[in-house]
Design a protein around this ligand. Structure first.
Ligand SMILES: [Zn+2]
Length: 286
């Protein structure tokens, strides 16, 4: 068993054919790792853009890639991809978060019309794995690669950062630190229909309180001082895409606003609850 960690750089290019911007891939960087966490091979290729005519200045500044070196190469996306396909072989593919996979899919679909990446058999989101292993997983925020490296005391070459190969190598160093053969299997999923539905799923906030996906029985609050279930004294109203109602603690009589945000994600609806200022003036507004 081997792993390939892939990192991509891309440029936002306006595509006339699609009438929208597309994240046009301009560089592939990857490392191959054996099951003992040795780096056994590496891959680095610039991709000549075929949609965009020049690099956006912030991408040029970020990556230090120049227009000359980029447009002088004759590696088209499909040519690079076919070499990358050979490089991956039957390895498990890893990326830091799913945005690289989504960019790869977008580019692949643009050139081939195919909605699946045929060379990807198994996938592991390395960002999620590292968040879990470091005990910092939080669905509301994401751990940056540089932050992860800092947490692990891994130094990086600032100059070379944001180049695909350097980022892939930095990801590898983080992976090596946190890798456990005992639990990695739980984080690897086959690239099947469910996988594609999941990564392409658009999370959104639910604003209709009558949506049957919202479990009303979970829309309660406990008094933050007494810890006992508060009485709901007004009906939920929608405010700034959240549901807000007034509550009162039956014990200490404290009044407060309970605010619930319902987010629809691939795995279902998550309710985020927040107790808002127990301000009498504000409470009487409703
Ligand atoms: Zn109370």
């Amino acid at each position: 068993m081997s792993y390939v960690i892939l990192d991509l750089e891309w440029n936002g290019s306006y595509c006339k054919k699609l009438h929208r911007y597309i994240n046009e891939i301009i560089e592939f960087g990857a490392v191959k790792i054996d099951e003992c966490m040795n780096m056994v091979d590496s891959f680095s290729m610039l991709v000549k853009p075929q949609i965009g005519k020049k690099l956006n200045s912030h991408i040029a500044n970020l990556t230090h890639i120049t227009n000359d070196e980029l447009f002088d190469s004759d590696n088209t996306f499909l040519k690079t991809l076919s070499r990358f396909e050979n490089f991956v072989g039957d390895s498990i593919l890893l990326t830091w978060g799913t945005s690289d996979i989504l960019a790869l899919l977008e580019n692949y679909m643009y050139y081939t019309g195919n909605k699946r990446l045929p060379f990807m058999k198994y996938y592991c989101d390395l960002q999620y794995y590292c968040e879990k292993k470091l005990n910092v997983y939080n669905p509301a925020t994401q751990l940056g690669l540089q932050n992860c490296a800092d947490m692990l005391g891994i130094g990086s070459n600032e100059e070379q950062l944001h180049r695909a190969h350097t980022d892939a190598e930095l990801s590898y160093n983080c992976f090596k630190e946190l890798y456990s053969p005992m639990d990695i299997g739980r984080y690897i999923s086959p690239a099947d229909d469910r996988f594609y539905r999941k990564i392409t799923f658009k999370n959104r906030q639910l604003t209709d309180i009558n949506n049957p996906m919202i479990d009303k029985s979970k829309m309660y609050f406990d008094c933050d001082e007494c810890g006992i279930r508060a009485e709901q004294i007004t009906r939920f109203k929608v405010k700034n895409k959240s549901f807000v109602a007034n509550f009162r603690c039956p014990k200490c009589r404290k009044l407060f606003k309970g605010k619930i945000t319902a987010r629809l994600k691939f795995d279902g609806v998550t309710l985020n609850k927040k107790i808002v200022t127990p301000n009498k003036v504000e409470l009487s507004d409703d």
